[in-house]
Design a protein around this ligand. Structure first.
Ligand SMILES: CCCCCCCCCCCCCC(=O)SCCNC(=O)CCNC(=O)[C@H](O)C(C)(C)COP(=O)(O)OP(=O)(O)OC[C@H]1O[C@@H](n2cnc3c(N)ncnc32)[C@H](O)[C@@H]1OP(=O)(O)O
Length: 219
């Protein structure tokens, strides 16, 4: 018999690593479900049945983990793991997820986007490209020891970005001025990294201490 769902998904006695493993496993299955949902040719009857079954599954995810702006216990903020980030979060059904690593004087991200992230048929939605770059440019600021928020983001879409193709995203800080960081980024395919499909220029600003406390009271 299946145990009844608990009201609190992760009791305090559970280890963060065990929680992250479980969160990532569910995130993976949900991303697979999202992909199957947007590519299926199943008949209407099956779609109705799936809707009922998914409603039943959703009902098992009981409790509410946090208030707005509260940082989940499994996260490290700023600059660390964020399980539910829509870009890097292994627990997010929305995330590709982008895998980030240091790269020379900047950072590099790797991911493959699916049909769920499509804009023009066969190609990535421009908003997704902006999201990948915005996030990775934020990581570049953190890597340059100035955690900051985007205040302006300029995109240049040079060539369409293909879906279902391994991608390489790069970002680096090119200069700083007081609390401002000037950042550039690009997206290319892994196969042809020297040809940028999308490039971006952004300005990031580190919130002053008072503003940071007001924005992120849980830190
Ligand atoms: C603890 C901190 C953690 C942060 C980590 C976040 C991780 C996020 C994860 C990654 C997620 C991915 C990323 C995301 O999605 S970040 C989410 C999207 N971005 C936002 O929501 C940011 C909204 N903006 C703000 O809240 C404030 O502007 C902040 C808090 C950033 C600064 O407000 P604060 O009151 O502190 O500062 P200030 O207003 O005195 O401005 C300071 C300086 O900046 C200059 N300036 C302002 N705007 C612009 C502009 N458009 N172009 C050029 N310059 C501009 C301004 O003239 C001044 O310069 P100067 O006149 O002194 O020379």
């Amino acid at each position: 018999m299946t145990a009844p769902p608990t009201e609190t998904p992760f009791p305090e006695t559970e280890e963060p690593d065990d929680q992250r493993t479980a969160i990532a496993a569910l995130g993976h299955e949900l991303r697979t479900l999202v992909d199957a949902t947007v590519t299926t040719a199943a008949p209407t009857e099956i779609l109705h049945r799936m809707a009922d079954e998914v409603r039943g599954l959703t009902g098992q995810l009981t409790g509410r983990r946090r208030r707005r702006a509260e940082i989940p216990a499994v996260d490290e903020f700023p600059g660390g793991v964020r399980m539910y980030s829509p870009v890097t979060g292994l627990g997010s059904p929305l995330a590709p997820p982008l895998r980030v690593a240091p790269d020379g004087d900047g950072v590099v991200g790797h991911c493959t986007l699916g049909i769920a992230h499509e804009g023009p048929p066969g190609y990535v939605h421009g908003g997704m490209s902006a999201m990948l770059l915005d996030e990775l440019m934020g990581w570049a600021c953190y890597a340059a020891k100035s955690p900051a928020m985007t205040v302006s983001l300029g995109m240049r879409y040079r060539r369409p970005v293909p879906v279902e193709t391994p991608l390489r995203v790069h970002a680096r800080v090119t200069g700083t001025e007081d609390r401002k960081a000037f950042v550039t980024g690009s997206i290319s395919t892994e196969e042809t990294p020297s040809v940028p499909l999308v490039t971006a220029d952004a300005v990031f600003v580190s919130p002053g201490p008072g503003r940071a406390r007001a924005l992120f009271p849980s830190t």
